[in-house]
Design a protein around this ligand. Structure first.
Ligand SMILES: NC(=O)c1ccc[n+]([C@@H]2O[C@H](COP(=O)([O-])OP(=O)(O)OC[C@H]3O[C@@H](n4cnc5c(N)ncnc54)[C@H](OP(=O)(O)O)[C@@H]3O)[C@@H](O)[C@H]2O)c1
Length: 266
């Protein structure tokens, strides 16, 4: 019982060459349909991964210090971000490592009743960290911050919204600042699990030297079409997307899993 070769091939370099800072190693991972959709627009959860590639994703979670999602995914899917699909560890072996859940939530919209917080309170999940924009003295945000802290969350405020995409009303927290804060808190590898906007932000985030902030890309392609009510991620990519070099592809169950690593900026 061990992670599939495609994961060890790509991710073992995180152990052999630990992140030196100021950023952790970053793996961007998601499941997509053949028409490049990762979710459904009407708010229902779309399960794209088959059983075997879902297990692969849970192995991947054991190989990272943190697992990061956007508030859109937290609200839509109410995920648990744990390793429940893995077989039980052999008798006497240590339990699987559980990654720290991290939620990008500029306005503190995460419900205190979400599964991540309920699991933490019941001792079956790690304490979620919620990253928000500076709260200042806004009474409503202060109330939400207290409610989340009372429910068990660690709330980390970061200054400097990277951009307010006004027509969509979306606030994007600055990815490099967030990663620096995670590294400073002892997180040396982060698995970014979506959703669409967060994937776009990570694809276009750069280090000061112009390199991709993403080190590895692991994409599960499910043999299905979602159609026009699907949520895609391609529109966020623009022209700035970093190059990625093919490492390996593996058929896992009925899904094709493709692994790539970032190539240095020219
Ligand atoms: N197939 C897969 O592998 C997979 C995985 C995860 C999720 N999904 C699907 O993805 C969909 C959700 O995607 P989504 O785009 O609506 O939500 P999302 O990417 O999960 O979250 C986006 C929200 O996060 C906040 N945010 C803060 N900083 C950000 C930053 N730097 N970049 C981007 N967002 C930032 C913003 O919240 P505010 O609006 O509050 O400003 C933004 O609206 C759901 O359908 C879900 O099922 C699919």
């Amino acid at each position: 019982m061990s992670p599939p070769a495609i994961l060890t091939d790509v991710l073992s370099r995180y152990t052999t060459t630990p992140a030196l800072g100021p950023y952790p190693h970053v793996t961007l991972t998601f499941a997509q349909s053949l028409d490049a959709k990762i979710g459904r627009r009407n708010g229902s959860q779309l399960i794209l991964s088959g059983k075997e590639s879902m297990i692969m994703t849970h192995w991947m979670r054991t190989m990272h210090g943190a697992i990061l999602i956007g508030i859109g995914t937290a609200l839509n899917d109410n995920p648990q971000l744990n390793t429940r699909h893995l077989p039980p560890p052999p008798p006497g072996a240590a339990p699987y490592h559980l990654p720290r859940p991290v939620i990008l939530d500029a306005h503190l919209r995460l419900p205190p009743t979400c599964k991540l917080l309920v699991n933490y309170k019941s001792g079956t999940g790690r304490r979620p960290w919620v990253i928000c924009a500076t709260v200042s003295d806004d009474p409503e945000r202060t109330r939400r911050l207290k409610a989340l802290e009372n429910a068990g969350a660690r709330v980390i405020q970061v200054s400097g919204l990277a951009a307010d995409i006004m027509d969509e009303g979306v606030s994007t927290l600055p990815i490099p600042t967030i990663l620096e804060a995670l590294y400073a808190s002892g997180i040396h590898s982060v698995m970014v699990e979506g959703g669409a906007r967060v994937i776009g932000s990570f694809f276009s985030a750069k280090t000061p030297s112009g390199d991709s902030i993403v080190d590895s890309l692991i994409v599960t392609v499910a043999p299905t079409f979602v159609g026009e009510d699907g949520v895609g991620y391609g529109q966020e990519l623009g022209k700035k997307t970093q190059g990625f070099e093919y490492v390996k592809a593996e058929l896992i169950g009925r899904d094709m899993v493709v692994a790539m690593i970032a190539t240095p900026a020219l």
